[in-house]
Design a protein around this ligand. Structure first.
Ligand SMILES: NC(=O)c1ccc[n+]([C@@H]2O[C@H](COP(=O)([O-])OP(=O)(O)OC[C@H]3O[C@@H](n4cnc5c(N)ncnc54)[C@H](O)[C@@H]3O)[C@@H](O)[C@H]2O)c1
Length: 272
């Protein structure tokens, strides 16, 4: 298969690029840095990808905020491969913060990367995939797109939008033979929190702990994503905490609301 991964210099993108490469797929890894040596460190905070060191053969700079970068990535794919089988819209940043603390600039920043980055990528490749009559778009959202903890308004909102957009794309492109999956993991170890904005130091400390202390590595998530794709799943919940949290919301809404209100009450206690 011919696979393009965004945000592939670190964390989940790096782990996915390695896993696809290892199983013999052709991978175009992309990220912000112009030079892959500045991007791919080979070690990442995920604590799990080092066992999988297969380096993707091709790397290009692709800032998901730039339509020009997307156009040139598509031109590269068409010239080098004559098409694309899997587009993984993985690049993302961390945001959030209590409502009055997260500025509109921070909202615009996270919408531009985590939501519009996915939209730009999907728009750039949809004509090609429709013409091929094949291919799959894989959007990395988050469990936060399905269950919505307090204090994380901007992150929850953009990830929920990615879930809604992905379902729309799956339905809209099905008649053309093109699929779309959305990935909704819980917290796992990566460098994600280095990007955090949102003006809320209390929340930042809490979220950083959840990511850094998670028992789940980026490679665990990457392996589960590939399994989910092999099964043709459109909603991929790649870890047990994510499956349990979403099942609670669907199965016992009162318990779900009580749990998140207790979380909000603890935040209020810390304010006092
Ligand atoms: N780590 C978690 O706990 C967690 C949980 C759920 C979902 N996610 C999602 O997983 C995805 C990958 O994040 P990660 O945890 O591996 O973090 P990470 O910070 O380790 O990797 C993210 C990569 O995206 C790149 N990136 C950031 N902005 C970019 C842009 N404008 N254009 C191109 N690349 C850009 C970064 O350079 C980095 O290499 C994100 O969408 C994130 O929201 C992460």
């Amino acid at each position: 298969m011919r696979v393009l991964v965004t945000g592939a210099a670190s964390g989940l993108g790096l782990a996915l690029a390695r896993r696809f490469t290892e199983r013999g797929d052709r991978v175009l890894a992309t990220d912000l840095a112009a030079d892959p040596r500045d991007a791919a460190t080979g070690t990442s905070a995920d604590g799990g990808t080092d066992a999988h060191t297969a380096a993707p053969a091709a790397y290009r700079r692709l800032d998901v905020r730039s339509e020009t970068d997307w156009d040139s990535a598509r031109a590269w794919v068409e010239a080098e491969w004559g098409g694309l089988d899997v587009l993984v819209n993985n690049a993302g940043v961390a945001g959030g913060g209590r409502i009055e603390l997260c500025s509109m600039d921070d909202w615009s920043w996270i919408v531009d990367i985590n939501l519009f980055g996915v939209v730009r990528g999907t728009r750039a490749f949809t004509p090609l995939l429709k013409e091929q009559g094949s291919g799959r778009i894989v959007n990395v959202a988050s469990l936060a797109g399905l269950v919505h903890p307090p204090g994380m308004g901007s992150y929850n909102a953009v990830k929920a939008a990615v879930v809604a957009f992905s379902e729309t794309v799956a339905h809209e492109l099905a008649p053309y033979g093109v699929g779309c999956s959305v990935v909704c993991p819980s917290y796992f170890r990566t460098n994600l929190m280095a990007s955090l904005r949102g003006g809320d130091t209390d929340l930042a400390a809490h979220m950083t702990q959840l990511v850094d202390k998670s028992p789940i590595s980026a490679d665990d998530i990457a392996a589960a994503v590939l399994d989910g794709l092999d099964r043709g799943e459109e909603l991929i919940l790649p870890d047990e905490p994510a499956r349990a949290a979403y099942a609670l919301k669907l199965g016992d809404r009162a318990a779900y609301d009580a749990q998140l209100r207790a979380t909000a009450a603890r935040v209020k206690e810390r304010e006092a």
